[in-house]
Design a protein. Structure first.
Lengths: 307, 341
């Protein structure tokens, strides 16, 4: 065995220095299968996105020629976007979505950070509170009681009904808390000896040390608020308070009477208008995705391993 | 007055307080071994700012979790919105009796299990296979590019995902346009109730398989590489190494994810179904959650809706508990062991 390893080593090295010596070269068949799987999976994700973006940018002539969809706009035009932003509906719902995302994320970070910090140290009632949070992962109160609660609070048709139910997530709490627990206690003690109170410690010591995890959790919350659709379906009747996702559902997924609903006359073909709305909902996610991607894997793994 | 977080280290044998006389309560005995503790009042004073910090979160939990749980009492009432919970008539198990006599509910129940079975069998292995492939890649660049693409759909809303699928596969979608151009009949991918489970699984794979890969990748990275080297030196080939090293190394993660999956089994994917229920019909897309929504919120049958929701919640919790018990029996940690810190 030793001789085989020895004689094979030079050949392997000449092929790819990153491959460990003991690993055999994959057969061509195996390589092909792997490549096909990965390429197909990637294409299946990229094609619809490309199709939607291209169609939203395509001009009428090309769209009619192609029968509704194009994979590459030959003469890109922003006509469809100009049209959807003329009517009040899309702008309004974008405003609603941005508002609930902004306010919701800030509130959510406040609630999660304070709760996670307080329970990350050994304090009175710390343990039962953590258990009370973890229990929410096991059991859900159910749709109807939650709805009745929102109605009881008088939040139906109010934007608070889209914000408040989302300002605390057990998973984000676990990620945040496990990060705080790794901050050395000596650091906190020394600040206390210097006369800082708990709020000052949190603000001046703990939060500056946790910028990365706060960014990740904040982005998770923001994506959640931006994407939430069902709460709006449940609690919001007033069309002027629809977030973008609900507009998207009623206008693209159910797709009837679209142009009238948006209060616009349809000069570009409806296809590209619909696609433009999809893109409007998609772009913010694509914009934060690089930031998310930079940090989330680490955050998720810490949460999963320590949770 | 929970003091488990403040336990003093056990004293060495010589310093220990002698065993208490028989007749003393267990509580007194336990106290005997402990360093003197601050009184409840002084701890309250010491931690008052920390307790203040917990307040918003605790208020949230009460308002949007624990009080609504109590609200499930309407499942045992003939709830009338104008009477409120206080004055509505108490009917005992009647709502549940009605529910299990309701063919629509029974249908939704079996349909949920049917779709869940599809998901468990076809969805669960996909991220594992993807992770194994990605892990075997030598080039870090290819790896990173693939990961960036594969994680993306996780962050798109279900509304967007369904919109994408409609544009690609819908009746007037991209693929069917191509088929028409080639002179073939369009295929009703999105509206055929019979193939709906397949569609559901494909959509879920599209959205979340890449993301679910992360956790497997982390587990794969934590397997000791020298094990592979030793096995290779002993003559184990690629497949034997996978069977004897990789899969046993992944076992705890697989078990953990299976438990979570089983606990989630009755929530097969609410938004996904409510978005497509109009297209494929209630026959194929009605699950327990949509039944609750249409009966309760849309139809105004608050009590039967709540009863359906409560039945689902209880069964789910029992499933998680049972799956976890089973995992312990097979010598795995499961979830609860990891949570109790």
């Amino acid at each position: 065995m030793a001789t085989t390893l020895f004689t094979r080593k030079p050949r392997e090295l000449s092929y790819n220095p990153k491959r460990p010596v003991w690993k055999e070269r994959p057969s061509p068949l195996y390589q092909t299968v792997k490549a096909v799987v990965l390429v197909l999976f990637s294409l299946s994700i990229l094609t619809p996105i490309l199709l939607v973006v291209s169609t939203s940018l395509a001009d009428t002539e090309q769209l009619v020629q192609a029968g509704g969809f194009v994979l590459w706009p030959e003469r890109p035009t922003l006509e469809a976007y100009a049209t959807i932003f003329k009517g009040p509906m899309v702008l309004q719902s974008l405003g609603v979505s941005m508002l609930i995302t902004g306010v919701g994320t800030i509130l959510a970070l406040f609630v999660t950070i304070t709760m996670a910090y307080a329970t990350s140290r050994s304090v009175l009632f710390g343990r039962p509170v953590v258990l009370a949070v973890l229990f929410t992962l096991l059991f859900a109160p159910g749709l109807i009681p939650s709805f009745l609660m929102i109605r009881q609070l008088g939040l139906l048709d109010s934007l608070w009904s889209l914000i408040l139910p989302g300002i605390f997530g057990a998973f984000n709490f676990v990620v945040m808390r496990s990060f705080f627990m790794n901050i050395p206690g000596e650091l906190i003690e020394s600040a206390r000896i210097d006369g800082a109170n708990d709020w000052q410690i949190l603000w001046r010591i703990v939060m500056p040390l946790s910028k990365a995890v706060i960014a990740v959790v904040g982005l998770f919350y923001a994506v959640g608020f931006w994407n939430s659709f069902f709460n709006a379906l449940l609690y919001i009747n007033d069309h002027s308070k629809w977030p973008i996702q609900l507009l998207l559902r009623n206008f693209v997924v159910q797709g009837s009477g679209a142009a009238d609903q948006l209060g616009i006359t349809t000069t570009p073909p409806p296809q590209s208008i619909q696609m433009a709305v999809v893109v409007v909902a998609l772009v913010p996610i694509l914009m934060v995705y690089p930031f998310l991607q930079k940090h989330f894997a680490k955050g998720v793994i810490t949460g999963a391993v320590k949770g | 007055m929970n003091s488990t977080t403040q336990q003093a280290p056990a004293l060495p044998e010589a310093h220990r307080v002698p065993e208490p006389l028989p007749g003393k309560s267990g509580r007194a005995r336990r106290k005997g071994n402990r360093a003197p503790q601050q009184s409840f009042r002084s701890r309250l004073r010491r931690d008052k700012q920390m307790l203040l910090m917990m307040l918003p979160g605790v208020a949230f939990l009460l308002l949007f979790f624990y009080i609504p749980i109590l609200g499930n009492v309407i499942a045992f009432q003939d709830y009338q919105p104008y009477l409120g919970i206080g004055d509505s008539l108490f009917v005992g198990w009647q709502n549940f009796v009605d529910l299990f006599g309701n063919p629509d509910f029974i249908h939704a129940f079996w349909n949920t299990l049917y779709l869940a079975a599809w998901q468990l069998v076809f969805l669960f292995p996909v991220p594992l296979v993807l992770a194994l492939i990605v892990d075997s890649l030598i080039s870090t660049r290819v790896r990173r590019i693939f990961q960036s693409i594969a994680y993306l759909p996780h962050f798109l809303s279900w509304v967007l995902v369904i919109a994408f699928f409609q544009q690609m596969l819908g009746g007037a979608g991209f693929v069917n346009n191509l088929l028409r151009d080639m002179g073939m009949d369009p295929i009703p991918f999105m509206t055929n109730p019979e193939t709906f489970p397949v569609m559901v699984v494909i959509q879920m794979i599209w959205k979340d398989a890449g993301w679910a890969m992360i956790i497997f990748l982390a587990a794969l990275a934590s397997i000791d590489a020298s094990l592979y080297e030793a096995a290779a030196a002993d003559g184990a080939g690629r497949w034997r190494r996978m069977w004897h090293i990789t899969l046993p190394g992944l076992r705890p993660v697989i078990v953990l994810l299976l438990i979570l999956r089983i606990g989630d089994i009755l929530s097969v994917g609410f938004e996904q179904f409510i978005l497509q229920r109009d297209a494929v019909g209630a026959g194929a897309a009605e699950v327990l959650d949509t039944f609750t929504y249409y009966t309760g919120v849309v139809g105004g049958g608050w009590s039967s809706g709540a009863a359906a929701g409560l039945a689902k919640g209880v069964v789910s919790a029992l499933l998680i508990y049972g799956a976890n018990k089973l995992a312990h029996r097979f010598g795995e940690d499961g979830i609860f062991a990891k949570q109790a810190r």
